[in-house]
Design a protein around this ligand. Structure first.
Ligand SMILES: Nc1ncnc2c1ncn2[C@@H]1O[C@H](COP(=O)(O)OP(=O)(O)OP(=O)(O)O)[C@@H](O)[C@H]1O
Length: 619
């Protein structure tokens, strides 16, 4: 039985697209190569036009010089094997020998230069690809992160997609060089005897087929193993990361998790073995057929010699040119195949950008009101991606500025989800959310976010100083006094005075207790100074004094002009003074009113309140 995830899970949806690519026939795949090459070359050109051109040019010139050197070698043989005295032939061949030496020297220099240019180009392309991904993902709609398919695609792309682009650059650069050599060799062979060129080409066909087939086998296996690989990396994280270190020990779950890691590892190894066996079979078949092809090409050369269709002097040159044609054809095909193998992974990058664009809210010229006087939800329903049931059902609610609205209800009743609808972080699946007359679906998302301050239930733990953790509330605001005031109101003044970097990932950094993190999160929300303040269980981890102080601060903030405050808390005593208490149950509003109204109604709220109050009564 699986411990991490389940053994037989559906493949993520994005693999369906890639599966189609993997299943496509060889011809369709070859047809797709130019388009993929354009993507990679486009990325390289955008990263550095000059370096890309220099790299390509150097590769082509290197190919030309190599071809020239090999043809000069053929020329040397041609002169040496010519009829007449060998000593005279040796002297006659010296100029050609000089050309060979010069060509090899030039090739060495050019290879060094092109390797240097490529080495500088690749990190730039990698950086630019990462920048593209980060810029796109930073704008993707928040709900995309709740879709495990998208999250998985993003992870795979960061892991394999970007690396494949680097490999593709290598391959394209090498194709430029080897293709030039190939053309030179085929032309030479063809000039020596027209029959030889097609024979050389035919000899390489089986190798091409075998390499392409092997690449497809690998990629199909990669797609099959995607979920298992992910589960193994999750299991690895559970054993090795700090977040689970304490609880894993306290639960004595270490051996079970290590065993789970090993178990998934065994499944992966079995798949790798299966794959390698299949690949070896395919490669061996290709090699055998290619060997027969090469033998046939030399047989034909022998027959031509025998039939006196080719003089011996030219046969020496033909052997060199044929070797060169077959080597450069093999090299070109190896590179084309290498490129092809990586273009399959390149699909991850293009799919990610497409999916990210599809999940990004369109830009809008409609700006959200600076300080909405009214927030109105009309028949709002919301379903999380991949979930069968809505988390919110037909919610209708109006909130006026100046009000404190409290959302209460049992765990999982929909409070956090509703807060995200009110603030436009999520858009409704059905119904509308309006701020004044602006439908949030149509508004520019950044103008919406600009108006909100969220004290999250699980606040971000920014790996920064305390000061910057607070300033993250609004980086565009530069107000030292306000940072101090926010820290004081949230009970984080001592932490600010110490101002350590809050991350154990840095030397000298420190971590905080849950309650201390919460104080900093409240300070950040206060510092943000937004017209709509939402605090989602802001005091769940705070001690009684701190809780009291934070609620006093939030109530004081709520009295500022044009401020709308939404509080979520399970400690009902803190929201007795709220202007409106909204009680949720299973995603529906079941009661609404002031504390006095709801107590008088003697419904679910009164029941919850009485349970809490009774805990403070004398036995
Ligand atoms: N990311 C998610 N993906 C799928 N379902 C979710 C997700 N987050 C919450 N839910 C589900 O949506 C429903 C409402 O969750 P929500 O977090 O809004 O409840 P809540 O009232 O804030 O709970 P709590 O008091 O425990 O914080 C629950 O059934 C929950 O399981």
């Amino acid at each position: 039985m699986a411990l991490v995830g389940v053994d037989e899970v559906d493949l993520p949806q994005w693999t369906a697209v890639d599966q189609r690519v993997a299943d496509a026939g060889l011809w369709r795949t070859v047809q797709a190569l130019p388009a993929n090459a354009r993507v990679v070359i486009g990325l390289a050109m955008r990263a550095s036009r000059k370096l890309s051109l220099v790299t390509g040019l150097l590769k082509i010139v290197t190919g030309c010089v190599t071809a020239f050197g090999l043809l000069a070698t053929a020329d040397v043989l041609n002169v040496l094997l010519a009829p007449g005295s060998l000593s005279v032939n040796v002297v006659d061949s010296l100029p050609a020998v000089g050309v060979v030496v010069a060509a090899y020297a030039a090739r060495a220099l050019l290879e060094a230069a092109s390797a240097a240019a490529e080495a500088v180009l690749k990190p730039r392309v990698e950086q630019s690809v990462h920048e593209n991904i980060h810029a796109a993902v930073a704008r993707v709609d928040l709900i995309a992160f709740e879709d495990s398919d998208y999250a998985d695609l993003l992870r795979q792309c960061m892991k394999d997609g970007v690396r494949s682009i680097e490999y593709s650059i290598d391959a394209i650069a090498d194709i430029c060089g080897s293709a030039v050599q190939l053309v030179a060799a085929i032309v030479t062979v063809g000039l020596l005897h027209p029959l030889l060129a097609p024979v050389v080409l035919l000899a390489v066909v089986p190798t091409v087929w075998a390499s392409a087939r092997a690449a497809k086998l690998s990629y199909k296996s990669y797609l099959r193993m995607v979920t298992r690989n992910r589960r193994q990396s999750i299991a690895s994280g559970l054993v090795t990361e700090r977040a689970t270190a304490a609880e894993m020990r306290a639960c004595t779950a270490g051996p079970a998790l290590v065993e789970e890691y090993q178990r998934i590892g065994r499944q992966l190894t079995a798949e790798t073995q299966r794959l390698e066996l299949a690949r070896t079979r395919v490669r061996l078949a290709g090699r055998a057929a290619a060997g027969v092809g090469t033998g046939a090409s030399f047989l034909i050369l022998g027959l031509l010699l025998h039939a006196n269709s080719l003089p011996l002097a030219l046969a020496g040159a033909a052997v060199v040119a044929m070797r060169m044609a077959s080597t450069s054809l093999n090299a070109t095909m190896f590179n084309v195949n290498f490129f092809y193998e990586h273009t399959l992974y390149l699909e991850l990058y293009t799919t990610l950008l497409e999916q990210t664009a599809a999940r990004t809210r369109p830009t809008s010229t409609i700006t959200a009101p600076a300080a909405p006087a009214r927030i109105e939800l009309a028949n709002v329903s919301f379903t999380y991606p991949g979930q069968p049931e809505p988390a919110l059902h037909e919610i209708s609610l109006t909130i006026h500025s100046g009000q404190i609205v409290a959302l209460v209800g049992e765990n999982g009743s929909g409070k956090t989800t509703l807060a995200k609808m009110i603030t436009g972080l999520y858009l409704p699946s059905e119904g509308t959310v309006r701020w004044d007359d602006t439908d949030l679906t149509e508004a520019d998302e950044y103008s919406v976010y600009d108006r909100i301050a969220m004290v999250m239930q699980e606040p971000a733990r920014w790996p920064m100083t305390v000061h910057d953790n607070i300033r993250m509330g609004r980086l565009s605001r530069d107000d030292e006094e306000a940072v101090k005031a926010a820290a004081t109101q949230a009970g984080a003044a001592d932490l600010l005075a110490e101002n350590k970097v809050l991350s154990k990932q840095f030397t000298g950094g420190r971590d905080l207790s849950g309650g201390q993190w919460q104080r900093i999160s409240v300070a950040r929300g206060i510092y943000r100074q937004a017209p709509i303040l939402v605090a989602d269980e802001p005091t769940a981890a705070l001690d009684a004094h701190a809780e009291d102080a934070v609620f006093r601060s939030l109530r004081a903030l709520a009295t500022e002009p044009d401020r709308t405050t939404v509080l979520i808390t399970h400690r009902l005593a803190n929201i007795r003074h709220a202007d409106q208490i909204v009680v949720l149950d299973k995603g529906r509003i079941v009661e609404q009113g002031t504390h006095l109204d709801l107590m008088a109604a003697n419904g679910p709220y009164a029941a919850l309140y009485s349970v809490q109050a009774s805990a403070y009564q004398p036995a």
